[in-house]
Design a protein around this ligand. Structure first.
Ligand code: FMN
Length: 357
């Protein structure tokens, strides 16, 4: 018998099974970047997951990257998220908010006109991003954060955490992967600072450690998780030695009492180095892991049953299968999703996928 469909806890979070819904940006927020009715339905439909992790949510206007993505800054946004968490809790689910500051991975047309595009160093990312105003556009030029501004950016993560708890979330997850702001500080290619936030490995870790400490200080570390993907070149990220960087980060947070580390392996990532991210995290973190990326059910069960991970996150399979847990448990066929509707507006290809019945 497998433990895969049995309950567990990650810090203060209670999971009724080991199936985690991975964070997915779906660009359905309303005109105030607040959760809409469609979002309430979408998350409630998927509440049978042991843990639902929301799409990336920006903690400040500067941190917004993509069009129609939600924030945790204003009262309208808190009120919207309250409706999401209530709907998920009414179904017996557990839900955490993913806090995502995009840093340089943005286009100015997607953000408030008064916001800024900031990064550790003024190095533009190669790549394009969709905008509602003009279609695909080259990513915007960032400016380097001034040293005295950095505590304010750290406190944006804490403020969003506070608002997440006010909105009824069970916990929060810091997005430290995929080339967004913490990853920009961690990596040598994007961090060429010469002050205490750049240069040495210890200095490159500082921002992410301060972010996690600030989030933990809001109401305990055991409601706070973080997501990493060592070696992921997504969003033009490069690091001279990602294994060394992330081992140092994981060892640095090992004794903090955080709820979990959510580690993405490199199976579906193009041009990725040959790193075993799950093994790296298991060894260096020594606390509960959620693992992710292209897991099939047999492999998911074995990574949990072997004790390496506490749970497995699924992203794409949750899009077309709101009842993914039941389908996995009863070996029912999985539905495909419509890729054209990933980031479109409205309920089509979002909250209109049927359950297996
Ligand atoms: C439509 C879409 C949106 C995504 N948005 C996010 C996001 O907001 N935050 C994040 O950490 N990962 C995001 N991801 C990555 C997924 O969480 C996950 O790591 C990836 O899809 C691999 O898992 P899978 O094989 O189960 O799909 C996104 C993936 C997809 C397909």
């Amino acid at each position: 018998m497998s433990d895969f469909f049995t309950p567990t806890t990650l810090g203060r979070l209670s999971l009724r099974n080991r199936v985690v819904m991975a964070p997915m940006t779906r660009s359905r927020a309303g005109t105030l970047d607040e959760p809409t009715d469609h979002m309430v339905n979408y998350y409630a439909q998927r509440a049978s997951a042991g843990l639902v992790i929301t799409e990336g949510i920006y903690p400040s206007a500067d941190g917004k990257g993509y069009c129609r993505t939600p924030g945790l800054v204003t009262q309208a946004q808190v009120d919207g998220w309250k409706r999401v968490t209530e709907a998920v809790h009414a179904e017996g689910g557990t839900i955490v908010a993913q806090i995502m500051h995009c840093g340089r991975v943005t286009h100015v047309d997607n953000k408030d006109a008064n916001s800024e595009t900031v990064s550790p160093s003024a190095i533009r990312a190669r790549g394009d991003m969709f905008t509602d105003t003009a279609g695909m556009q080259p990513l915007s030029e960032p400016r380097a954060l001034r040293l005295e501004e950095i505590p304010g950016v750290v406190s944006e993560f804490a403020h969003a955490t506070q608002l997440a708890y006010e909105a009824g979330f069970d916990g929060v997850e810091a997005h430290c992967a995929s080339g967004y702001l913490p990853a920009q500080f961690l990596s040598t290619g994007t961090n060429q600072r010469t002050d205490e936030y750049g240069g040495s490995l210890e200095n490159r870790l500082r921002f992410t450690l301060e972010v996690l400490q600030a989030m933990a200080a809001v109401d305990g570390a055991d409601r706070v998780g973080f997501r990493i993907c060592p070696g992921n070149p997504f969003n033009d990220l490069s690091d001279e030695n990602p294994e060394e960087t992330f081992v140092a980060l994981l060892e640095g947070v090992r004794d903090m009492g955080l709820a979990y580390c959510h580690v993405i392996r490199l199976n579906s990532i193009p041009n990725a180095p040959d790193l075993d991210n799950v093994a790296i995290a298991a060894k260096a973190f020594g606390n509960p892991l959620i693992v992710n990326d292209s897991y099939k059910i047999d492999e998911a069960k074995s990574v949990v049953d072997s004790g390496v991970a506490s749970a497995v996150a699924f992203a794409r399979s949750f899009i077309g299968n709101p009842d993914l847990v039941r389908r996995l448990e009863q070996d029912l066929p999985l539905s495909r999703f419509n890729p054209k509707a990933l980031y479109s507006m409205g309920p089509e290809g979002y909250s209109d996928y049927p359950t297996a019945d």
